[in-house]
Design a binder for this molecule. Structure first.
Ligand SMILES: [Zn+2]
Ligand SMILES: [Zn+2]
Length: 641
């Protein structure tokens, strides 16, 4: 019989054991059966002492997000310890776990790590793992911690401590190494099995260019060498698919930041054609789903952005300039314009919902250090829409948005999503706009819509913006990477600021509910993701070139040209390769250029009015009449609506 005083410990396997209050969690479970524990929503070290008032201890392993984060956090401490052993004068910045691995920042007074240094650091990390140092949590007063880190010369840690308001802070100690840290951590350094430095870059202390530059070492670690090997292979594959390499190579786009400024994209003809097809698809599918198209200007008076509140809380990200003594702003968002269209006349409850869609190009200032290919730019086009509806329509509207998102994303081959619902923190209603009743209503509508669509989702309490709850959707690509694309945001703020209303059944003016939503997010970012997902081999309906007509020799050029012209006249995106190279070279080049179909034409084809077809990755498909071939392509490349 189990005494009722004992505390239930649920292991990752699902098995349950019981622990005596006063003993450590880890002493009550099989060796290495987990990494960290959750007690009442809080994460604690496995070396924590079980308290009488605990009811359930949930042990987590590497399969859980929390387990991995703890694993990588401890790995970052191992990295810092290794660096301090080899470079005792290095000053420590911060060292958090990240989505895939961890990093730690070091100030080496201007010195940059060499490849050799990194190899030595890696060796030292394995030594620390081999030492299997127990990891201990210490709680000390803030003053004591400041004194300690001052003595150690860790000025950055002192700075962090001085800004904290806590009376007591926690330190984590492994061997000779001590770090200021909230934890939790693994029980000992030996829990880490396979570890690797993946990258080193420079970063400013606290991301601010005015602060000293630090060296940021990135790493990854796993409980098995095989997992590390697989991960590194995936990184290699991701490198091969990097859109920043493929974009210019396939002549889709370029980002000549040294000439036009950072974060601005030039769409070359092939990229532009693919984008045009995506845009046509988006407009068409929105029209079929009850949206109305609008266009709005790229600049407006500052006073508009004062009303919206953007100038006060978003100013750092906006491009502001003056003309004729009047402040102007390049739009960072489309919302105020859509509101003005809505407000151009009085609206009745019968008209709602109203949905305005715009491929709206916006400009937002982002630090040049954070820009990254097409994924993070300063000028981009959102597939933006704003829905104005009544409160009783909100849930159905969200269901509609999610259904449309599924249709659009699956058209591009994305079928797997991860969903988060950001809600407010009900303990701090003063931080948010709108009454608890309004918040509960909107959050319920979002949650119910997700449930009706059969989604599992993660609730993120306290993650909502001050003006409303939202749904975020990440898509999962062919390498299993997750990309944030869709956002569905309820807004209580702008309808107040702009007095957005409708006349209800009872003749009274009521506040309309407003939803912002972008499904792909931005065309630039989505295109980058698409190129990486397909390694540049875009689906036939999006591919800027669908067929390349390749003559066997110059003698066949006139027939090749006739075939090419016929295909183009039927609306097929074709090219003619009339270069003075050999047939095998032309075929190889078409493969390199990711052209889906090659139509080879020689004497035999000319005689019979046919083409010999090669499908990329599938090889020879045999001969077909030109008409048959054209029909097949048109059939296969229909817009997926
Ligand atoms: Zn830490
Ligand atoms: Zn908006």
């Amino acid at each position: 019989m189990v005494s009722t005083a004992k505390v239930r410990i649920k292991l990752p396997s699902g098995e349950e054991v019981y622990g005596e209050p006063g003993t450590r969690i880890i002493d009550n479970m099989p060796r290495r059966a987990g990494l960290v524990a959750r007690v009442g929503g809080r994460l604690v070290d496995l070396t924590s002492t079980i308290r009488e008032d605990w009811s359930l201890v949930e042990v987590l392993d590497f399969d859980s997000e929390e387990g991995r984060q703890t694993y990588w956090h401890t790995s970052s401490h191992i990295l810092a310890q290794a660096v301090k052993r080899l470079f005792p004068h290095a000053k420590l910045g911060i060292g958090p776990p990240i989505e895939n691995g961890f990093y730690y920042d070091f100030d080496l007074g201007g010195y940059a790590f060499t490849q050799e240094d990194l190899e030595r650091i890696e060796e030292e990390m394995y030594k620390i793992i081999g030492e299997d140092l127990p990891i201990e949590r210490l709680e000390v007063s803030r003053e004591e911690a400041i004194k300690k880190f001052k003595e150690m010369g860790e000025t950055y840690k002192v700075e962090l401590l001085e800004e904290m308001s806590d009376e007591v802070v926690s330190l984590y100690k492994q061997g000779e190494f001590v770090d200021l840290c909230r934890g939790p951590h693994l029980p000992s350094t030996g829990y880490v099995r396979a570890i690797k430095i993946t990258n080193v870059s420079s970063a400013y202390w606290r991301g601010d260019e005015r602060n000293p530059a630090m060296q940021r070492i990135y790493g990854i670690s796993f409980p098995a060498q095989e997992m590390l090997r697989k991960h590194l292979a995936l990184l290699e594959e991701a490198k091969r698919r990097d859109h920043r390499v493929l974009g210019p190579k396939l002549d889709l786009f370029s980002i000549p930041s040294e000439v036009i400024g950072p974060g601005l994209v030039l769409w070359h003809p092939k990229g532009a054609l693919a984008r045009k097809i995506i845009e046509d698809f988006l407009r068409e599918i929105h029209l079929r789903n009850g949206y109305q198209l609008v266009y709005t200007p790229h600049i407006a008076w500052g006073s508009l952005w004062e009303t919206s509140g953007h100038l006060s809380y978003y100013r750092d990200m906006m491009y502001v300039f003056e003309k004729e003594g009047v402040q102007h702003v390049v739009k960072p968002m489309n919302c105020p314009f859509h509101i003005l269209i809505y407000k151009s006349r009085s609206r009745s409850y019968r008209e709602l919902p109203i949905r305005y869609f715009e491929l709206g190009t916006v400009y937002r200032y982002e630090r040049s250090g954070t820009l990254h290919g097409l994924l993070r730019v300063r000028g981009f086009t959102q597939d933006d829409a704003h829905i104005f509806c009544r409160r009783d329509q909100l849930e159905d509207e969200i269901v509609g948005v999610i259904t449309l998102m599924e249709e659009i994303l699956s058209a591009f081959g994305f079928e797997e999503y991860e969903v988060e619902l950001s809600t407010w923190d009900p303990e701090h209603p003063e931080d948010y706009m709108g009454s608890p009743e309004v918040w509960e209503h909107a959050q319920n509508a979002l949650a119910k819509a997700l449930e009706r669509k059969g989604y599992e989702y993660k609730v993120m309490p306290g993650e909502a913006a001050f003006y409303g709850p939202k749904i975020d959707v990440k898509l999962v690509d062919s390498l299993g990477r997750k990309w944030q694309c869709t956002t569905i945001q309820v807004d209580f703020n702008l309808p107040e600021k702009f007095d957005v209303t409708y006349v209800d059944r009872d003749g009274k003016e009521k506040r309309a509910v407003m939803v912002h939503r972008a499904l792909l997010g931005s065309l630039e970012r989505f295109f980058g993701i698409l190129v990486e997902h397909y390694a540049g081999e875009l689906p036939l309906w999006v591919a800027p070139v669908q067929v390349r007509v390749v003559p066997v020799s110059d003698k066949n050029l006139p027939y090749a040209k006739a075939v090419y012209e016929k295909l183009v006249s039927l609306g097929i995106r074709a090219e003619l390769d009339d270069s003075p190279t050999t047939l095998s070279y032309k075929i190889r080049q078409s493969e390199v250029d990711r052209v889906p179909y090659i139509a080879v034409v020689g004497r035999k084809e000319e005689k019979t009015g046919t083409v010999s077809i090669r499908r990329r990755r599938k090889g020879d498909l045999g001969k077909m009449s030109v008409d048959e071939f054209a029909k097949m392509i048109l059939e296969q490349s229909k817009m997926p609506i």
